[in-house]
Design a protein around this ligand. Structure first.
Ligand SMILES: [Zn+2]
Length: 350
């Protein structure tokens, strides 16, 4: 973490604590919270935190330097995660550094932490695939945005907003969870266009049709909202973006996954037919959102999809389609984030 971002985050944390802590001497800015102590107070604190973040924190997040290869290699040597298969694209993920206990008698609770952006691979055109990591718990979860590039660019903006919120409030991550956010799986499409021309990757492959699950090189376009030529690739997992994410999901033993899309159709559980864990996750998300569930059927034949491949690996996975191609639906997706982090495969949904 750069000194600049560290300072910005520290300021934000301090600001939030001033607002939300009632037992300490309140400054004039804290008076409403000091008096009311209700949920609106917490909402106000969040809004102020977000506002400050948007003013002071965003540029520092965007400008955070990538780790050098030397640093990454040194960190990987200490990594307790499974080793990366040799034939795979190398991953560059640093390992968590535990915060030293303040005294020998301190309760050994894991410290929330943040790292990113971390390049885990590159696109066809050589752009970095960037992951942010939050928390250090045993349950590995992941959010993927931008699989359809600039055409669904609001999913990338949503990912950036979630990253900003979690950077300001890392304690939103439960101690049992590690959350990874891949902000843009298709940066080449993102750079090309924010119209349908930005949907595929640099090889004109639809990255959500390239996975080794019910794969086909082409499919009927009827009902699929596809307005230009795209393919499923020359073979399953032909694209570096697909292989990089596949390698990451397996190496870090991701247990549950949200893949963001836009627009309109709702929440899709992974699997053909959907598996029970993915259905459970879709229901938990549906309980806190307005997105259609079951999803809207358009007659599209879904081949080579990320969530179907994830389902075959035992990963609970859902696609979520935002309301349109412009809005990020941030507040709704903060509730979804909370539900996603709290979701337990072994517990029935409330
Ligand atoms: Zn999509």
């Amino acid at each position: 973490m750069t000194a600049r971002r560290h300072l910005a985050v520290s300021m934000l944390k301090r600001e939030y604590m001033m607002i939300s802590t009632s037992t300490q001497t309140a400054s004039p800015d804290c008076i409403p919270c000091h008096l009311t102590q209700n949920a609106a107070c917490n909402l106000l604190a969040m809004v102020i935190t977000l506002s400050i973040l948007l003013i002071s924190g965003c540029s520092s997040i965007q400008s955070a330097p990538l780790p050098t290869s030397t640093t990454v290699l040194a960190q990987l040597e200490q990594n307790s995660h499974p080793k990366i298969p040799q034939e795979s694209t190398p991953l560059h993920l640093p390992v968590a550094t535990p915060t030293p206990a303040s005294s020998p008698t301190a309760t050994p609770t894991p410290s929330p932490f943040f790292r990113g952006p971390i390049a885990i691979g590159t696109s066809v055109a050589g752009r970095d695939l960037e992951v942010f990591q939050f928390g250090s718990g045993d349950s590995q979860r992941m959010i993927v945005a931008g699989i359809h590039g600039g055409y669904e660019g609001n999913t990338i903006r949503l990912a950036d907003e979630l990253i900003q919120v979690l950077t300001a409030k890392p304690d939103l991550i439960p101690t049992k969870v590690t959350l990874y956010i891949l902000r843009s799986l298709n940066p080449d499409g993102e750079a090309r266009s924010d119209s349908y021309k930005g949907r595929a990757n640099e090889n004109l492959v639809d990255l959500n049709r390239n996975w080794p699950a019910y794969w086909q090189s082409t499919w009927p376009l009827e009902g699929c909202w596809t307005y230009t030529y795209v393919s499923g690739g020359s073979h399953p997992a032909s694209e570096p973006e697909t292989r990089t994410l596949m390698n990451f999901l397996l190496t870090y033993q991701i247990e549950s996954l949200i893949s963001y899309h836009s627009a309109v159709l709702g929440i899709f559980p992974g699997g053909q037919p959907p598996d029970p864990a993915s259905i459970s996750l879709a229901e938990a998300i549906s309980n806190v959102s307005d997105y259609p569930y079951p999803p809207i059927e358009t007659g599209c034949q879904y081949t080579g999809q990320l969530i179907d491949w994830a389902s075959l690996q035992g990963i609970a996975a859902v696609d979520i389609e935002l309301t349109n191609h412009e809005d990020t639906d941030l507040w709704q997706n903060l509730k979804i984030l909370e539900a996603f982090l709290a979701w337990d495969q072994d517990q029935p949904n409330p």
